[in-house]
Write a protein that binds this ligand. Structure first.
Ligand code: SF4
Ligand code: MG
Length: 336
């Protein structure tokens, strides 16, 4: 496996009217060539902020990246000049959002929009760019692609619009595609089609994907590896099998038990995680999950757990897995 992106010890805060809110607190992960890494968690856990930090899309005036770096091809993306970053954006790392209209201009024909990126990044002639735009529309399964080049975004259905956005994102053959809840707004059948499309294209183009979702069903279908986020931290990270079959963090366990389709197949009762995520503005020193965790010990309230490496691929941030926690402190029902 060849690593193409590494996020190291990333800390991101926002200045608000009532003070500074830390949204990301020491996030670490790597992305390998051609793989799909899913980032899962409830809304507000920092998934989108992480993605937007990689793309440098957060508003400058109130965002503070206090620590960390993001290494892509030996360069720290956080230190690139704006013009170098613009070259990376689109041509090497592309992003697809939940709402396709985030990426589309409602007043411009689709063909022209796909051509724009190609003309900017690949210095193609107009004629070649147009041919490539057509090929991309065909590749993502838009019927009558030739005529549809001349259509405007509102003339497409939601699912077709997301296909257009994927065509645009992949037109320059980026090495990384970041997809933030790409199918959440679509109905289930269309959702499955779009996910399948992303898988097929990934295989063809060898793109690595960071897939942001709150839906573990989507994760099960798509991911090679999974990072579980909670309150601005990756609390557990591992291969798909490790996360689904050997989850070690109480939050991961809770997520799995609260997923309807997954528990149904295991004929286990559906148990929602009690409580709600903590207010990031008033987080204390201990484990951010302590208030909702069924296994909370005293140490959990006092100290932030560290990342324990269970093996080469599987890490967890929980005192239950930390060798320094005395066994006598660990509740008996853990794992039972
Ligand atoms: Fe629960 Fe403590 Fe582990 Fe946090 S560190 S998840 S509170 S057992
Ligand atoms: Mg989000």
């Amino acid at each position: 496996t060849e690593e193409i992106l590494a996020v190291n010890n990333l800390h991101v805060s926002f200045k608000t009217q009532t003070g500074t809110v830390t949204a990301i607190r020491g996030v670490n992960f790597k992305l390998n060539k051609g793989e799909t890494l899913a980032i899962v968690g409830e809304s507000g856990s920092g998934k989108s902020v992480t993605a937007k930090t990689i793309m440098r899309l957060l508003p400058k005036h109130n965002t503070l990246i206090s620590e960390g770096d993001i290494t892509y091809e030996g360069r720290d993306l956080l230190n690139l000049s704006l013009s170098d970053m613009q070259k990376v954006r689109g041509s090497e790392i592309a992003m697809v959002f939940q709402d396709p209209m985030t990426s589309l201009n409602p007043t411009m024909r689709i063909g022209k929009q796909i051509m724009e990126g190609l003309l900017k990044h690949q210095h193609l002639s107009k004629k070649v760019a147009k041919q490539k735009a057509l090929e991309m529309l065909e590749l993502v399964g838009i019927p009558n692609a030739k005529e549809r080049l001349e259509a405007y975004p509102h003339q497409f259905s939601g699912g077709m619009r997301q296909r257009v956005v994927i065509a645009m994102a992949l037109a320059c053959n980026p090495r990384i595609l970041i997809a933030d809840e790409p199918t959440t707004a679509l109905d289930v059948t269309i959702q499955a089609q779009i996910l399948q499309l992303m898988k097929d294209l990934q295989e063809k183009m060898d793109t690595a994907i960071i897939l942001i979702t709150h839906d573990l069903g989507v994760v099960a279908n798509m991911a090679d590896r999974v990072a579980v986020m909670y309150a601005g931290e990756i609390v557990e990270q591992g291969t798909l099998d490790e996360i689904f079959y050997q989850p070690q963090h109480p939050y991961t366990l809770g997520l799995l038990r609260s997923m309807p389709n997954l528990s149904a197949s295991r004929s286990e009762p559906l148990i929602p995680i009690p409580g709600s995520p903590p207010d990031l503005a008033t987080l204390g020193t201990g484990c951010p999950f302590a208030a909702r965790c069924p296994y909370t010990m005293k140490v959990c309230h006092d100290f932030l757990p560290e990342h324990t490496h269970l093996n080469e691929s599987h890490t967890v941030m929980c005192w239950l897995q930390d060798a320094r926690t005395p066994l006598t402190h660990i509740p008996e029902e853990v794992g039972s």
